[in-house]
Design a protein around this ligand. Structure first.
Ligand code: SF4
Length: 401
């Protein structure tokens, strides 16, 4: 999940950093209005909106940000919630907006529009995903994390110069042991109630020799706490039939990166996709675009003038992807990869240690970006993974000679 709205993330009072936001958010006199597309509202409603009424909060309206649809008339309710126009919200002195727009630009635009009408971010205007996470922990005593990656192997069939996981530069090519992965799954799911996407990656995911045993273990023990298990592949390998059978029984989705233009002689995207589908396994094609972002590290390190600039860089990046390894949740998967490759020192500012007692509120704070420094130590040498943070582009999957 990307945090656009909580902009100061230096840890001062662990376990209570979000109390002030929860205090504004959870007032019983609030009249909540959700703004977003129908899809965004749908997912917010399933995750949080349907509980508001049960918990005696007032969800009074849905403002469809697709103005065309809004003014077209027709239905007056969506998922049992009245469809409203902006004027109704502006006239309501107890209105609190939950903005479910997923893209930062859209979120910022809507925030600016409502700020002009007197709404205040994190008091009467909330980013929907942040609202849901705080609501989960403060009201329902559960913690659900959007996406966690697990590192299977540094072996790969490609050798991409600007790999976000630094695979060509690993000093010690290796597979993570099956025992380590199982013990990580145990400690992770002991402390986290739900993970929407559990993504298993390398390197090349299909090169991991214990894939069947590992995924069977995770699904058998924790399947009810996972939205989807996904394996990342570069589309150069046809997995064995037994792997396809395992994927089918465990409802695994195969994420295939599209490198047809970059490495046409190796990438068999269509064939691998059809092979998966014929075996009853779901596939998601990851379009890689015409260019990658150059993460900079280690040979093109960005320059910052001090801590303030690095904090701003971290906020602009808004990294959405956590990594779990050896009992630690890393805020940034690229940071983890640089450490695992032996290129960057491990630092306890950058991960949340599950091998100690902690509260859900502390874990939530970490998920939203709180740390001693207010950014990862790796942010000081990294170009960032969003368009807002990083303007350096490079060729997709250019191979190291
Ligand atoms: S700037 Fe780099 S190190 Fe920092 S969070 Fe973003 S991708 Fe990770």
């Amino acid at each position: 999940m990307r945090n656009y709205s909580i902009r100061k993330t230096i840890k001062n009072n662990a376990g209570h950093e979000l109390d002030k936001y929860a205090d504004f958010m959870l007032r019983k006199q609030n009249h909540f209005y959700v703004i977003g597309s129908e899809n965004e509202f749908n997912s917010f409603y399933n995750r949080t909106g349907r509980f508001l009424k049960e918990d005696e909060y007032c969800l009074l309206g849905f403002l469809n940000k697709d103005v065309q649809k809004q003014s077209r008339g027709g239905d007056s309710v969506f998922l049992d919630v009245p469809i409203v126009e902006e004027a109704i919200i502006y006239a309501d002195k107890q209105a609190v907006i939950i903005c479910t727009a997923r893209e930062r630009k859209e979120y910022e635009n809507l925030k600016n529009i409502f700020e002009e009408k007197g709404f205040i971010e994190n008091q009467t205007f909330f980013q929907g995903e942040i609202f849901s996470m705080i609501y989960d922990v403060y009201v329902r005593d559960i913690i659900r994390i959007d996406r966690v990656e697990v590192f299977l192997t540094s072996c790969c069939t490609l050798n991409c110069e600007k790999c976000i996981s630094y695979i060509p530069y690993f000093k010690n090519t290796h597979h993570t042991s099956l025992e380590q992965l199982k013990s990580d799954a145990d400690i992770l799911f002991k402390n986290v109630d739900y993970i929407y996407k559990l993504k298993l990656l390398g390197g090349e995911g299909f090169l991991y020799p214990h894939l069947i045993e590992y995924i069977d273990y995770v699904y058998d023990n924790y399947g009810g706490k996972i939205g989807t298990i996904r394996i990342g592949t570069n589309g150069t390998i046809f997995p064995k039939t037994e792997i396809m059978e395992m994927c089918k029984r465990n409802h695994v989705t195969i994420d295939i990166s599209d490198y047809r233009i970059a490495v046409p002689d190796k990438c068999k995207l269509e064939e691998v996709k059809n092979y998966c589908l014929e075996n009853g396994v779901a596939v998601d094609i990851k379009r890689t675009g015409e260019q990658w972002l150059d993460m900079g590290f280690p040979d093109n390190i960005p320059e910052f003038e001090g801590e303030e600039q690095i904090k701003v860089h971290f906020q602009k990046c808004a990294m959405f992807c956590r990594q779990f390894a050896k009992g630690k949740l890393y805020f940034c998967c690229s940071n983890f990869a640089a450490v695992a490759a032996g290129l960057f020192p491990d630092n306890d500012n950058d991960y949340f240690d599950f091998n100690r007692q902690f509260s859900k509120k502390e874990l939530l704070e970490f998920e939203l970006g709180y740390s001693t420094l207010g950014h990862t130590t790796f942010c000081g040498v990294c170009g960032g993974c969003s368009e807002e943070a990083n303007s350096c582009r490079v060729e997709v999957a250019k191979q190291v000679k």
